[in-house]
Design a protein around this ligand. Structure first.
Ligand SMILES: *Cc1c(COP(=O)(O)O)cnc(C)c1O
Length: 439
């Protein structure tokens, strides 16, 4: 415990009481949910106007911050503090633009059963928890935060598990929420036990922000539960947004998970006024790999209601990626993605490296601005894919592999399929054609 944390503890409990700072349940029980407590604990006084604005915001979007995460705030300059900005409401959250959406990713539309979003062919998002240790101001599922109607019951989870059981195409499950690590150990154990029984499940991923906002949740007992399920590959993705969040406690939590043999990834959200800076992002990704965490995604901030003030132009993200690729370890460079409004899924966005092309040469540029040519092979014997892998000289030799079927753009590229174009449903010309045909 550092001095700021000791002081916070004294303010919450009296000086003689037993120090329970490292107990995650104590942290949750003392999460700060109102503006009076916030000011008292931080020892700051907000202007009347600001306090009333925060109260106004609280009536729509609740607040909850763990004492631990609160202790990371630099009280000399709270308003510009990245931790403060991620955890304390701002009146800007009440600004709703015409294009903002309650559910921009249409997660509730691609939902075969409660709690499951089945968007991609082989993997599902499974919301198993409704609570979080901290309510991120930039949460894309803001509509659900603190809403007791969304608490998944055991029966709901069972239905989700049954859906997965009955859908053999699913090979990868992402447990999310809310935060799955806010569930009790025994409950996590039960979910993993049930999922593991499904023969077509190859990997399970857990998305959790506890290493960032409640690192004490990563207890030896939890590690024991996770290790118990080592026979199925478990991957954990966490959510660090700023290098300041990689404290000694956070690093210890990450080390415990990595030592348990769990591969770790990180998903960052690009946030105006918090991390929209190449130097911050570079420091962040370096610190992550130093702690055995592979930067996985940088997300463009979603168009959810109440997030407008956090959004940056896409150019900011491209600028950051431009400053990372080549300049630092490839291992430290995440994929920058925009999660398509309306439910199209994640779309990677990159600077352009391929600058021109001829029949036998491609012209590329590197991170230094060097322009180079890559001469393509004089002869290349393309293999016509008739989708009969058994007779193919490439020897896939996968026993029992199901027939390969392509979709989307891959379908256009495919040798086997005769589709030559994709046409939007609303295309007027296509509608006219249909009309002529029916005459
Ligand atoms: C992000 C996401 C996934 C997983 O995507 P990956 O690119 O495989 O990490 C799956 N389903 C939904 C609905 C998602 O939003």
């Amino acid at each position: 415990m550092n001095s700021q944390q000791k002081e916070l503890h004294y303010k919450i409990e009296n000086r003689t009481s037993k120090k329970r700072w490292h107990d995650w349940k104590w942290q949750l029980a003392h999460s700060v949910r109102d503006i009076g407590t916030l000011q008292k604990l931080l020892g700051i006084t907000l202007s009347k106007k600001q306090a009333s604005r925060i109260k106004q915001t609280l009536s729509k979007f609740p607040m909850s911050v763990t004492p631990y995460y609160l202790s990371l705030i630099n009280i000399e300059d709270p308003e510009n503090d990245p931790v403060f900005k991620q955890s304390v409401p701002s009146i800007s959250e009440l600004t709703i633009n015409s294009y903002d959406m309650a559910d921009p990713l249409a997660e509730d539309k691609d939902k075969p059963v409660e709690g499951i979003t089945h968007r991609y062919p082989d993997r599902v998002l499974f919301l198993v928890s409704n609570t979080c240790s901290m309510y991120c101001r930039h949460c894309t599922r803001k509509r659900k935060v603190g809403d007791i109607d969304f608490i998944p019951t055991k029966a709901t989870i069972k239905k989700g598990i049954d859906y997965i059981k009955n859908t053999p195409a699913i090979r990868d499950i992402l447990l999310s929420g809310g935060d799955p690590f806010l569930l009790q150990d025994s409950y996590i154990d039960w979910i993993l036990t049930e999922l593991k029984k499904i023969p077509h499940i190859e990997i399970i991923r857990i998305g959790t922000r506890t290493p960032v906002v409640l690192p004490y949740r990563i207890t030896n007992q939890l590690i024991k539960v996770l290790k118990k399920h080592r026979d199925i590959p478990l991957w954990i993705n966490t959510h660090f947004n700023h290098p300041r969040e990689l404290t000694a406690s956070a690093r210890e939590a990450l080390a415990k998970l990595a030592d348990a043999g769990i591969p770790l990834g990180n998903q960052t959200v690009l946030l105006a006024g918090i991390n929209d800076c190449l130097r911050i992002m570079k420091t962040l990704v370096h610190k992550l790999v130093q702690n055995r965490v592979r930067p996985y995604y940088i997300y463009q901030c979603d168009m959810s209601e109440g997030l407008d003030h956090f959004r940056t132009p896409v150019g900011k993200g491209i600028e950051i990626i431009e400053g990372l690729i080549g300049h630092t370890s490839g291992l430290a460079v995440p994929t920058y993605v925009i999660d398509a409004p309306g439910g199209g899924g994640k779309i990677p966005v990159m600077p352009n490296y391929l600058i021109s092309w001829s029949t036998n040469k491609v012209i590329l540029r590197n991170y230094e601005g060097v322009i180079t040519t890559y001469k393509e092979p004089d002869s290349y014997e393309a293999i016509f894919c008739d989708r009969k892998c058994a007779g193919c000289r490439l020897q896939l030799q996968l026993e029992g592999a199901s027939e390969y079927k392509s979709t989307g753009i891959a379908n256009l590229i495919d040798d086997y399929d005769t589709t030559i174009s994709l046409t939007p449903k609303t295309n007027e010309r296509a509608k006219r054609r249909k009309k002529y045909a029916s005459r």
